[in-house]
Design a binder for this molecule. Structure first.
Ligand SMILES: C[S@@+](CC[C@H](N)C(=O)[O-])C[C@H]1O[C@@H](n2cnc3c(N)ncnc32)[C@H](O)[C@@H]1O
Length: 269
């Protein structure tokens, strides 16, 4: 699927009214997580995957220097009407901004279409040392009983929407490889919980290798740390997958050889 005008128009309507009645997290929810971060009004902030600029309304409360990056040219043209310093046509994997340019990278409802390794490497490149990013994304181990989450995953797949689910425990274990230290991690247990600010704060620390972190969505804040030898590119296990671990379990339990086969047997509803 292409990120173009028709996707942007779909997103503009979805934020007014989601397809399944869940509340889409927006400015108030972002504000809740931005306010404790101690941002300074002179900080350069990047709204990564800014679409038409919905989040500029909250980000400009924290900084007079908010920038945007967005792949869709139609969305960029609309975002330019918002109070950004500049909006570049770019992606999370290749933003087009210089090294060490930003004091904070904000990436809301975007990382689930971003290649995690390339995206985290690019965020590391454009951030100053000691500065933070905040991302939100979908986790791959949601509750087996979360019918809305399952339906959203299935329908998105059958409609050809891109989707990536993060192996969250794996990301926590590997975050240092990308030159970051985790400073906050919250999970939203079920689909819709993010818009209701119903979340669980996860302990930050050594994540055991067999650990699974449950939740449908998550919000992560991490700080760029010094990596004197440069970033390693030795990633021991995939960080993201096309299908959630939950869908794989449900497909197996239903006797299907693959998630694709299972989803196709149910169809879009
Ligand atoms: C669900 S919308 C979220 C937009 C905005 N952050 C918000 O919360 O309103 C996802 C956005 O990510 C953009 N996008 C798609 N692929 C991207 C990529 N690889 N890097 C950055 N943004 C991307 C899409 O064009 C779209 O504008």
């Amino acid at each position: 699927m292409e990120f173009n005008k028709s996707y942007t128009q779909y997103w503009e309507s979805a934020i007014q009214k989601s397809v399944d009645g869940t509340v889409i997290a927006g400015l108030n929810e972002a504000d809740h997580f931005l306010s404790p971060l101690g941002l300074s009004y002179s900080d350069r902030i990047l709204d990564l995957g800014c679409s038409t600029g919905r989040m500029s309304g909250v980000l400009t409360r924290y900084s007079k220097a908010v920038y945007g990056a967005e792949p869709d040219s139609y969305a960029v043209s609309k975002a330019l009407a918002q109070p950004y310093q500049e909006v570049r046509q770019g992606t999370a994997e290749a933003t087009g901004y210089p090294d060490g340019f930003f004091d904070f990278v904000f990436c809301w409802a975007v990382f689930d279409v971003v290649d995690h390794v390339d995206g985290l490497s690019e965020i590391n490149r454009i951030l100053k040392e000691g500065c933070h990013f905040l991302i939100t994304c979908k986790a791959d181990s949601y509750d087996l009983e979360d019918v809305l989450a399952f339906k959203a995953e299935k329908n998105a797949f059958l409609k050809g929407f891109p989707n990536k689910f993060t192996n969250l425990a794996q990301l926590c274990r590997q975050i240092g490889i990308f030159g970051f230290e985790l400073t906050d991690l919250v999970t939203f247990p079920h689909r819709g919980d993010m818009g209701l600010l119903n979340y669980k704060r996860q302990p930050i620390g050594e994540c055991p290798h067999e650990a699974v972190i449950e939740g449908y969505e998550y919000l992560m804040v991490a700080k760029k740390i010094s990596t004197p030898g440069g970033l390693q590119k030795d990633f021991s296990a995939p960080l993201d997958g096309r299908f959630s671990a939950t869908a794989k379990t449900l497909a197996m339990r239903a006797g299907h050889a693959s998630v694709k086969e299972y989803f196709e047997s149910i169809g879009i509803d």
